[in-house]
Write a protein that binds this ligand. Structure first.
Ligand code: FAD
Length: 684
């Protein structure tokens, strides 16, 4: 302790890749004091990850930059499978949609990691009003947790000393290849060249470049070789090595007909190739390199890996079609096993996310997505705990929710890699070869997983469902017992109220109209990532007297002075500042009147700005965009409706009848740091 100047910060984020930037983005959106450091002095400009799943786009949209990615990216609509025919020559055997139709309002796209990091940086700057900026050329030297303080909400129990590097020290060296193309080897796991120890040694002659930071929470997003993970003494478990893969981003000159489609090509004898069409006329080729194999230490001789070797391998696989290029944007080679970290946090004070806790092959385009999604899960929890809004034990759900996803990912990747890398079976008797039917089947099934939309979080205080319904994945991770347990039978009844909104899964999106101005919205567009929980009132047929009475009773409970909503709202703050209530009704829009038919709590009045016209929606036909059929799609009864609680990251946490206000109260009591007595006293 005590190295250089000392300061306190609520959240320190180590690493500004996609995971770290997602965490920083939450801090900006939640208004939390945070610092982000990265040992590199420059962000990624080309290459690296590029595939974005629909769930990632939904997330970007909730943060406010989905449109930028959607506009700039190349859209991938179809996957073509190429396999050898009986003559051994490759031919197209199948076409399948890249994204399962109807899953999301987005489909899978590709845009390179540098642009994604740019979108994040702009977003963080905007929402933190310049308060959070990536500090480059800074890396941690030591990390200690004061265990005597970990249960004290006000304490800063994590101490990290930081070293500031000079510009030269923080610039990664590139391998000089004949083509002078920038390569990604410095970020690949084939090299260890710029390990932290080396960097610190190199810079140790300099003075006055250290500082000490005391943090409430630390999030380690420092990639596959995570310093933070090593500082905690944690290890990745699983298979350490895989084949070596080469990646080339080129503008192809070819007579191969499907070069603008995503293709999986299995050649008879020369291995497999994945084609990913990219923005700016580019195409990415993923090729397994058979010529270069790891040595006894598991490392490969990097001098043997050149863009030419990678390219020649691709030419062989795609033959008899011709493939050439003049422009190569980026290339790399890497070797990744399927591994997961045993622990995702230490004392619920230091967390690990992204590649720091799971590594796998990039063939299914999952790494960046799952890494960002780790922090989409973690960021608001840490942010709201730091602000004193939610209970600290909520942080336990990060590991219980995300480790299961990481394990599923590793299992998926293991299976997918084997099928992708294997030689195609010559016939049904060729048991050593991979059946192309099996490959297609795995690809189709994998597509749901790969969309990011199959994530189903297990039972906890945040996800009120019976434990049984939550069992999945590797089964080894126990759900966290909720304060209010739900029996299987009771849960079935609740889930039946909204069959299209499974508790534990993300709130799907259908079009509804704004009651006040008839504008159609995808409902998910209203679930912004601003750190607020939401209560969605499916008000049903509000024009029926008996249903209106039910809604009125629910709203009266919501207005009462001693409920969770009042108690968690800081005195003087707007009633929707911590929890927002949104309504979707099913009566005819033109027969309904916002001010007459809906209790004021559903569209609160502000003395400066009048009624809130952006909270009540209707499932009705629009002038230009048809009918979203939201009630039908959400599986909610059009007469009776129901109530749904939604987490800040859009996952459904609780479902109940309009009469079940006490159930809703209990749900929020399990999560929120409610003041002991009275209301309106929660400062933040
Ligand atoms: P990283 O992106 O590795 O970021 C870690 C950051 O931490 C870096 O900025 C690093 O400089 C910094 N850092 C490291 N150590 C320290 C330290 N000690 N102190 C301070 N800072 C530190 N994923 C996909 O989803 N789709 C794809 O198509 C895809 N293709 C890929 C292709 C290639 C060639 C590669 C190599 C990866 C690909 N991936 C893909 C994987 C994807 O790049 C990673 O999964 C993703 O970048 C992980 O994000 P992260 O933020 O966890 O880690």
């Amino acid at each position: 302790n005590g190295k250089g100047p000392e300061s306190n910060v609520d959240v320190l984020i180590i690493g500004a890749g996609p995971a770290g930037l997602m965490a920083a983005s939450w801090m900006a959106h939640c208004g939390v004091k945070a610092r982000v450091i990265d040992k590199r002095n420059a962000k990624v400009f080309c290459g690296q990850a590029d595939g974005l799943q629909c769930r990632s786009l939904e997330i970007f949209d909730s943060l406010g930059f989905g449109d930028r990615a959607w506009k700039e990216a190349n859209h991938m609509l179809e996957i073509c499978m190429w396999n050898p025919g009986s003559d051994g020559v490759i031919r197209r055997s199948d076409r399948i949609p890249d994204t399962i139709p109807g899953l999301s309002r987005f489909s899978q796209i590709v845009v390179h990691q540098g642009r994604i990091e740019r979108f994040f940086l702009d977003n963080i700057k905007k929402y933190s009003k310049g308060g959070i900026q990536v500090e480059r050329g800074v890396l941690p030297e030591s990390l200690t947790i004061d265990e005597s303080k970990v249960d004290d909400d006000a304490a800063y129990p994590v101490t990290v000393t930081l070293r500031h590097l000079s510009e030269e020290e923080a610039t990664p060296k590139q391998q000089i290849s004949a083509s002078k193309v920038s390569d990604g080897l410095f970020r690949s796991n084939l090299t260890y060249e710029d390990d932290e120890d080396d960097l610190i040694k190199k810079s140790s002659s300099r003075t006055g470049t250290s500082e000490t930071v005391h943090a409430k929470y630390v999030i380690g997003c420092d990639g596959a070789r995570s310093w933070t993970r090593r500082a905690l003494g944690y290890e990745l478990e699983g298979e350490a090595t895989d084949f070596i893969w080469g990646v080339l981003d080129i503008i192809p000159i070819t007579d191969f007909p499907d070069v603008r489609m995503r293709c999986a090509i299995h050649s008879a004898e020369n291995g497999s190739l994945m084609i990913i069409p990219r923005e700016n006329k580019m195409v990415r080729l993923y090729i397994q390199l058979k010529e270069v194999t790891p040595d006894a230490t598991g490392r490969a001789d990097r001098s043997k890996i050149t863009p030419d070797i990678i390219f020649r391998a691709a030419q062989k696989i795609i033959s008899p079609y011709k493939l050439d290029y003049e422009y190569c944007d980026w290339w790399t080679a890497y070797q990744i096993g399927q591994r997961v970290c045993t622990n995702f946090d230490a004392q619920r004070r230091v967390f690990l996310a992204g590649d720091a806790v799971h590594t796998h092959s990039p063939k299914a385009g999952q790494g960046m997505n799952v890494s960002m999604q780790d922090c989409y899960n973690l960021g608001w929890k840490v942010g709201l705990v730091a602000k004193g809004i939610v209970k600290r034990n909520i942080l336990e759900t990060y590991q219980s929710e995300r480790r299961r996803v990481a394990q599923d990912l590793i299992d998926f990747d293991h299976k997918f890699s084997r099928l992708f890398s294997g030689r195609p079976a010559k016939d049904v008797l060729d048991t050593e070869g991979v059946s192309m039917e099996e490959f297609k089947d795995a690809f189709s099934k994998g597509n749901l997983f790969a969309s990011g939309l199959s994530v189903d979080y297990g039972a906890s205080n945040l996800i009120l469902k019976s434990g049984d319904a939550a069992k999945q994945g590797d089964g080894s991770i126990l759900d966290i017992p909720a304060t209010s347990q739900v029996t299987v039978e009771a849960f079935k009844e609740k889930q039946a109220l909204a069959t299209g909104l499974p508790v534990g899964m993300r709130f799907s999106s259908f079009k509804v109209l704004n009651q006040a101005d008839a504008r159609p919205w995808h409902f998910q567009e209203r679930l912004k990532a601003d750190g607020r929980f939401r209560v969605v009132v499916f008000a049903g047929n509000i024009l029926s007297a008996s249903q209106k009475a039910r809604v009125d009773t629910f709203c009266k409970a919501l207005e009462a002075p001693d409920n969770f909503l009042r108690a968690i709202t800081p005195s003087g703050a707007a009633i929707d500042s911590v929890i927002e209530v949104l309504t979707i009704h099913s009566s005819k829009r033109v027969d309904t009147d916002l001010l007459k038919d809906f209790p004021a709590i559903l569209h609160p009045f502000d003395e400066h700005t009048g009624w809130d016209y952006w909270k009540v929606f209707v499932d009705d036909v629009s002038y230009h965009e048809g009918l979203g059929a939201a009630y039908e799609n959400y599986g909610v009864d059009k007469e009776r409706g129901c109530v749904v609680a939604v987490r800040p990251d859009q996952y459904v946490g609780w479902i109940g009848e309009l009469e079940d206000f006490s159930g809703l109260q209990t749900y929020f009591e399990g999560i929120l740091n409610l003041p002991q007595a009275g209301h309106g006293e929660n400062g933040s």
